[in-house]
Ligand binder design. Structure first.
Ligand code: SF4
Length: 65
């Protein structure tokens, strides 16, 4: 399942259960009633979305000299 914006949002927490199902939990839901704890996926538009820059950043690979 494509989670949409939640994939790289800094407020998203990924949960996995024993059956390998994946859930996205919205961290804003505890502080703001406009957000749902378990958003319906995929999320295509969201006012709380903030890209987590470090989540999928890859730097140059270092090779031993
Ligand atoms: S703020 Fe929006 S995009 Fe971010 S985790 Fe919550 S529902 Fe997903």
């Amino acid at each position: 399942m494509d989670p949409g914006l939640c994939r790289d949002c800094r407020h998203a927490k990924v949960l996995r259960n024993d059956r390998a199902s994946v859930f996205y939990l919205c961290g804003l839901a505890d502080k703001d009633a406009r957000f749902t704890r378990y958003p319906r996926l995929p999320v295509h538009a969201c006012k709380g979305y903030e890209k987590e820059e470090s989540k999928y950043e890859t730097g140059p690979s270092e090779t031993p000299a």
